[in-house]
Design a protein around this ligand. Structure first.
Ligand code: CP3
Length: 354
């Protein structure tokens, strides 16, 4: 059976669309009362590891908001967990990885043999979600980038000044590269298996891209993102790379991604000028705009559509994950506004539509 709504996949490939597709990073989450209802009964990791629950939560925003893609409910930190680290998501505090990786022997203790077996629940969740979605919209699989995963694995959590991971790359670069290579291979296997299980596209989250200078970014992050993308076994499924805090987008154009997803501090028109002829772009509304009144949400959404301008190759999204206390009514309004107001930017395709 064919996908009923393939706008998202077409936009990833910069093919013509009749309107701009929209989905929202972290669209399945605490801002939805339907999510919180399930969350009352189970802890977060149990939800990730129970395919029936993960599938139900993944589909909630498709039903409630009408977004053009689903993203599998999971977390980037299940990868370090599958590599042998103890993971806990602490209520109101965030994730914690115990016994952070700081030395050669720590790296040696990591598992890279049965990671796919340990992550089987993700593949099962993808298969079940695909079945239950019944081809309504595409399903996105994801992983953290090697650099962003290494940051969590070395720091133990995300809340410090990132001194430990900086010490590792500057004092022991050979060790850092060893760890990045190890993570890259695990991530490549993981993403290939997500595609094999039915994911229609992949997003790589490089949330901590902005911690590094441009030169160091190329050496410690982008190089490994390129490596992962070249290793993923896929059959045309697009790859999206989300970066936060990167202002020289030029270098991202050649990493092999089909789509670059950017935060709200960069103007889409400028981003399009820098790399828009090589890749599609995703983004980039400030997530905090969703606290504003409807008129403001509309004004800012239209500004983003205008900033990208005419033609395909844009996927509307936030510039980072949705915040846990926004009103779902406003999110639904944003989805409707983008669907309606974006049509005009695709009308010239009338003459060239395939
Ligand atoms: O987009 C989706 O709807 C899919 C689910 C998803 C989650 N985490 C669920 C989640 C995705 C794609 C992620 C990615 C993720 N996780 C990233 C990269 C993207 C980003 O936002 O930067 C990062 C850095 C993490 C690590 C992580 N997991 C953090 C920092 C936290 C705690 C902060 C927070 O938002 O609470 C988590 C926990 C987490 N991951 C929750 C959800 C819904 C909240 C858990 C809960 O219900 O208590």
């Amino acid at each position: 059976m064919e996908l009923q709504n393939n706008l998202f996949l077409r936009a990833c490939k910069r093919q013509n669309v009749e309107r701009t597709p929209i989905w929202i990073m972290r669209q399945a989450g605490r801002y939805l009362p339907e999510y919180r209802k399930i969350r009352e009964k189970y802890d977060f990791l149990t939800m990730c590891k129970t395919p029936e629950l993960a599938a139900e939560i993944t589909i909630q925003p498709v039903d409630i908001l009408g977004v053009d893609a689903a993203i599998i409910f999971s977390d980037i930190l299940v990868v370090p967990e599958a590599m042998g680290m103890k993971l806990e998501i602490i209520e109101n505090k965030g994730p914690k990885l115990y016994e952070p990786i700081r030395s050669e022997s720590d790296i040696k203790s990591l598992n890279n043999t049965d990671h796919l077996e340990k992550l089987k629940y993700v593949f099962d969740a993808i298969k079940l979600t695909k079945k239950l979605l019944n081809e309504r919209v595409p399903l996105i699989g994801f992983s953290g980038s090697p650099w962003t995963l290494m940051t969590y694995m070395v720091e133990g959590n995300g809340s410090k000044n990132f001194i430990e991971v900086k010490k590792l790359i500057y004092n022991e670069p050979i060790l850092a590269h060893k760890l990045l290579n190890l993570i890259s291979d695990v991530v490549s296997d993981y993403l290939s298996m997500q595609i094999q299980s039915g994911a229609n596209a992949i997003q790589i989250f490089d949330t901590w891209a902005g911690l590094l200078s441009q030169k160091d970014y190329e050496e410690f992050s982008l190089q490994y993102i390129s490596k992962v993308i070249s290793q993923i076994k896929r059959n045309g499924e697009p790859v999206i790379v989300f970066v936060k805090g990167i202002h020289n987008l030029d270098m991202l154009g050649a990493c092999g991604a089909d789509v670059i997803s950017i935060d709200w501090t960069i103007d889409l028109a400028l981003a399009k000028k820098q790399i828009g002829n090589k890749v599609a772009l995703q983004g980039n509304l400030d997530p905090a705009i969703l606290y504003a009144p409807k008129e403001k949400i509309k004004e800012e959404a239209v500004n983003i559509l205008k900033s990208f301008g005419y033609g395909s190759g844009h996927i509307f999204n936030l510039g980072h994950g949705i915040l846990p206390d926004v009103d779902p009514v406003n999110v639904k309004y944003l989805v409707e506004v983008v669907k309606e107001e974006s049509k005009v930017f695709h009308q010239h395709n009338f003459f060239t539509r395939e």
